[in-house]
Write a protein that binds this ligand. Sequence first.
Ligand code: ADP
Ligand code: MG
Ligand code: MG
Length: 534
Amino acid sequence: MEIDSMVANSALIRAREGGGSKGRSWKWKEMLRFPHISQCMDLAMNIERDYYSLCVKQPIGKKLFELFCRSRPELQNYISLLDALEAFDSKSDEQRKEFGVSIIQRFLRSQSIQCVSVVQKHEQSCIQSLELNPFKDVFHDYLHKYLSGETFIQYQESMFFDRFLQWNWFICLQPITKHAFRQYRLLGKGGFGEVWACQVRATGMMYACKKLEKTHVKKRKGEGMALNEKQILEGLDSRFVVNLAYAYETKHALCMVLTMMSGGDLKYHIHNIGSPGLDKERVRFYAAEVCCGLIHLHQKSILYRDLKPENILLDDNGHIRISDLGLAVRLTDGQLVRGRVGTVGYMAPEVIGHKHYGMSADWWGLGCLIYEMTAGQPPLRARGEHPKPSEMERRILTEQEEYGDKFSKQVKDLCSSLLNKDPAQRLGCRGSGGTEVQSHPFFEKVNFRMLEAGLVEPPFKPDPRLVYCSDVQDIEEFSSVKGVTLDQTDSNFYSQFITGSVPITWQNEMIETGCFRELNTFGPEGSRSPDLDW
Ligand code: ADP
Ligand code: MG
Ligand code: MG
């Protein structure tokens, strides 16, 4: 390895280790100084007063609403119930029923001093639901129904909501430029530009910055594609899909700042470490997480269309996320699309065959992925063989894939059900969508509730001292385009793209890096601090 590469890698490793408080700029508190509340009037007028969005979905909003409830003596039992429910969520299946019963005894019995009367009215239905299915959580529904009433109104008049507006001021009104970030090494190359490791100066958070060179985008008419990817990403919030944190521009590029995935992609893990392929536990774990990611996308009516090992990335802990949503489309009202889109060798027969198709294309993709993870090579291709695209398409349309002795009966059955050439017969497309796939015997031992809550330990953890990507000098340089001039129409498109911070990701960044905890202080004995004093 060349010296430049080693220097670039060790700088990145150091930044990663110090990620969080050590990586913050010495001016971080100044960068995140709250505006005086009087500067938040416009925000207060325009913010949508929706309980679910403000108090459940937005991470900082949720925390502040909870702090408000804790400050109210009459709400103590609700808070205790909320805490108990948090614990309930993290219980294993075996413990869950018993714990649910203890919740009922503590909070739903009228003789208990902690009785929560509004929920108590629903005691019978809570008990019944727990009997039927201890994985379901009915308590939260009733609790939210209550809290979204008078409590939510009082919250909006409290200093906790004012503080929420101050946090929001950063999200809505602070412009994002390249100066917000420190840049580390090049991670990879995409179709329109490079992807770099970067770190937010104010918080120390590490991200990957995907740059789209403006001249490249224009020359190759990539505006629609770039905007599509950005808009789809900002509407998603799944632990199995990369999150968008910021969208901003520099003089030469449009930038998407994404969840940093330091563990490399699955292509690297399948083909570049040891003998090709992965062991069965890893295949099962990655397949299950990808399956959850696809279900999330499909629930949002998004068809992904580019499933392949290269696009599945690992984080530091060994969890995966789906990335590169450039080919994804939103299908409104269950409509179908047409178009030979995807990567040669991974496209479903109905995609190749110019047919109209829907989510079936992604389940085919999952079949290819599981096949490749198991066999160490994609279906219908011999090791080291690179058939012409037309030949690859012919095989996909007409030939049957083969299963060697690396395939257990269950994996073979799963792959062949997903690689069914008829989309109507394919697993995942027979009426109940992704749950059909989750119910396959291969996943029998997977607890999808725990997996979706991030509570399952990955079978493999990437080495924190390694950089899982090509050496800097081996990543081809990105050529510049000449003879393209940027004009007003381009600026209009850029202004749609550069929307700055994405609220949920930004709020999670503040919480994960500890900035929220350190900055969210009030006056002595719960009084207002000067920045909140009208
Ligand atoms: P394109 O859509 O142009 O193909 P990608 O999104 O696939 O661009 O990114 C190009 C490369 O950059 C990837 O192959 C990968 O090596 C790297 N990369 C992309 N996103 C991330 C990320 N979130 N974390 C780490 N590396 C990434
Ligand atoms: Mg790509
Ligand atoms: Mg792409």
